[in-house]
Structures are given as C-alpha cells and as structure tokens.
Ligand binder design. Sequence first.
Ligand code: LRH
Length: 494
Amino acid sequence: SAGGVFAAADLGATSGRVMLGEVGAGRLALTEAHRFPNTPVMLPDGLRWNVLGLFQGVLEGLRAAARSGPVASVGVDTWAVDYGLLDADGALLGAPHHYRDRRTEGAAAGVLARVGAAELYRITGLQHLPFNTVFQLASAAGSAQLAAARTLLPMPDLLVHWLTGSIGAEETNASTTGLFDARSGVWSTELLDGIGITSGLLPPLRAPGDPAGELLPHVTGFTGLPVGTPVTTVASHDTASAVVAVPATAPDFAYISCGTWSLAGLELDAPVLTEESRAANFTNERGIDGTVRFLRNVMGLWLLEECRRTWAARGLPVGLDELLAQAAGAEPFAALVDPDAPEFLAPGDVPERIRAYCRRTGQPAPGGPGAVVRCVLESLALAHRRTLRQAAELAGREIARVHLVGGGARNALLCQWTADATGLPVVAGPVEATALGNVLVQARAAGLVGDRDAMRRLVARTQPLRHYEPREDRAGRAAWDTAADRLETSPRNP
Ligand code: LRH
C-alpha cells in the first residue's frame, strides 16, 4: 500500500526533537526518535543559541530514525525570526543570537524613523515585536559581523543548509522577518533599500513542498540514512506547521498554537492591513498554499516555564500536576496581569516581576506558587479571549470553535479557562501539532495526502483530542466578563 515514514526535525525553545511520522491511507502515527534539550548560552556579548549542539541533536535524531527503518524524506522547522550569517566562504559568522537577548531594546526606533510604522505595516503586515529580524539587523548595524556577512539564513534554512548544502529561505518563516511583502509574497526590495540592507544578503525563496536537496555525504555517513535521501521544504516556521495540523473540520475555527508562545488567530485568504489591525498589533504571517496566519503573539506558557525555572533553582517542587492542583485551589481572579507586558520577555525571576506588576497596579501580590500559577493561567485565558475577539472583529469573521494545539493542550486548567473566558468550545490537541504539520507537508509533496482540508481531517480522525465546553452558569460567565473588564481598564503602568 502507498505509505511512507517522514522524519520531522522540530526545534522548540526548550527542546529539539526528531519525530517519525508514518503516513498511509487513513493513517497518521507519530513516534519520537530522539529528544534533546535546547539551552541558550549567555556570552559576554549576548544570549546565543547553541546551534552546533542543536545540529548535532538533529544528526543523532536522524541516526536513530535510520535504525528504525526506511525514511522517505526529512523536514526541518524551528521558531521564527532568528538567523545565522554566512561569510563569503559560506562559513557561519558566530553563534546566532537568541531573540530574547536584550540587544534589540531600542533598536526599532531607528528603523521606524527611516520607514515609518504605518509604511512598514502596509508592506509587511507584521506585528511589531522588538525582536523581528529587521530590528535584530538594525541592532547589529555597523558591526564587523554584518559587514562580513554575505548570506542571511533563517534558523531552519541554516540547518537545511548544513544537511544538504542548499541555500534558500522558506516563505512561511521569511514572512516573520519584517523584510517580506505580505501581499506579493517576496522579499520587499523597497523596504531593503529604505533601511539599507543589500538584497544580496537574502537567499532565494522556496515554498513548503519544494525539494531542498539531498543529504550531504558526511551526513548520510554519520546517520546511516541512504545516499540520495531528500530533504523537503516544510512550513519551516514552527507555528505555520502547527496550523497545518489544526484538526478543523469546518471553516469557522480559530486556533491557539500554545507552547512557549500562544499564537492566537485565524487562517485567512488575504492579509488584513488596516490601520485598526496595525493598532491592535495583529500580524499577517504566511501559511501554506498562500494562506495568511492572521494572529497575535500572546506571551504564552513561557511565563509558567520561567516561574518553574525560578522555583526549581530555589529547591521548590515544580511538578506540573502539583502546581496545577495548587492553582485550582487558589483564590479566583485575585490578581491579573497583561501577559504581553514587556518586562516578561527576557529570562529571569518572573514570579517577582509578576508581584512587582501587581503592586504597581494596586493588586494583592501573589505569594506562593499556587497563587502565581493561578494568576498566570487566568491572565493567559483572558489574553486568549481578547485576542480571538479582536481577530474576529478585525477580519469580519465569526468563530464557532477554538482549536488549542501544542504543549498547552496538556494543561487542562488553561484549556478549560480558555473555553470559559472565550465562551467558546475548545478542542485541545494534538500536542505535537508542529511535528505533524511538518510530516504532513512532506507526505503531501510525496503524493500521499490531498489538500489542506484532507490533511486536517486526517489529523482529526487519527489524533487524540479533548473537548472543553464553556461553563454555562450565569455567575461563572459574569465572573470572566468582570475580570476581562478589570484587566482592560487597569493601566499597566499607572
Ligand atoms: C513560536 C514562534 C512564534 C514566534 C516566536 C519567535 O515558537 O515561532 O511564532 O513569534 O517563536
């Protein structure tokens, strides 16, 4: 029967993994070949990705994959916006910076002075995040590194380059750089000229499904995969891959790709580039088949992860089940924060930053882990509510159900509270949406699955999903409405 196994290398902010996806008629099954931690490293000049360690993890994953049987092709996705620079010999110029590095603080101002925020949005349709590639490049302006750079490779494309020798930039990820034209789907030469970046720095674009070359001889040698094993371009922005695997069976859905970030929004046919959309800081990132991921970044489970890291360093228990049980028992709506407040972006003592936020806004500061976790999860659920309501309004669409995919689908409290806060049913799962989306695009290129709807139906039929209904009682609903109003009207920095 027609079928195949596809290897998905998926690098996330906390771990990388190589997953194996078996695809056949009505079948889609995922197994983990290898998982490895992703720990950024602080150097005197900033926070860096350990990109060599990550590449080695991918190679080890592919070796494990080869041991388990034939692999039809390989695909790579990672988080967006970060990149490596190659010199004229094709060598990597230093370890890539992590987008949470503080070097971009204030860097946007120079770009905005030259191009103007409205103009930038008109071209790129991109939400303003201080770490967008365009602002990272601005913060490096005048550096010896940038002067020596001949090619910029976004993270997934850098890894594909090391696997195959090929040079290209995949378009879903390119759309997050702030250098890409949201309407025409190509690099914006107008913008590059405006901010003084030579267009030669940016490699040719390629689309999900395009071939990306074959594994280099030393890669096949190390991994044991056969010579000629192809690498397929996938939706290499992890969020784009996750959206591919949203198990929607009807068009009126919203999604929340919930992991380190909560990426909450809609799939559209065309970008929304209105002034209202810009003011609400919505983004028009590219999905597969020319679709638009109209969404907003919500700070996401990063807040909880940083709390756990802080508490673990003090020897406190940080088991997720235990923390969620404590949160469930803590006082409801005691303190609420805007998860997108800039002070939560950089790594650090998030529990203390939350307490400082609460003191500043006249709220009781949550003391123990249960109260802090309750504050984080209620605040995230309210941010999900605000973001999805805005998305529907800005795009002129109705939402009938919310698909929450990614690691957050394991967090039953967050799923239930998202249902309660939005007043919409939440379908939670799959947890491994990104790896599934990576696999599905490869399988489609191999002719094993059909269009977007067919891919989604396959996910819906084969993956375990959990359903959360919003609570119906009047008092319960009113409590969320009141909490939402409280957060909307309370100034972050009185
Ligand atoms: C999620 C993600 C998100 C980007 C951020 C940098 O992993 O790719 O879509 O905004 O990382």
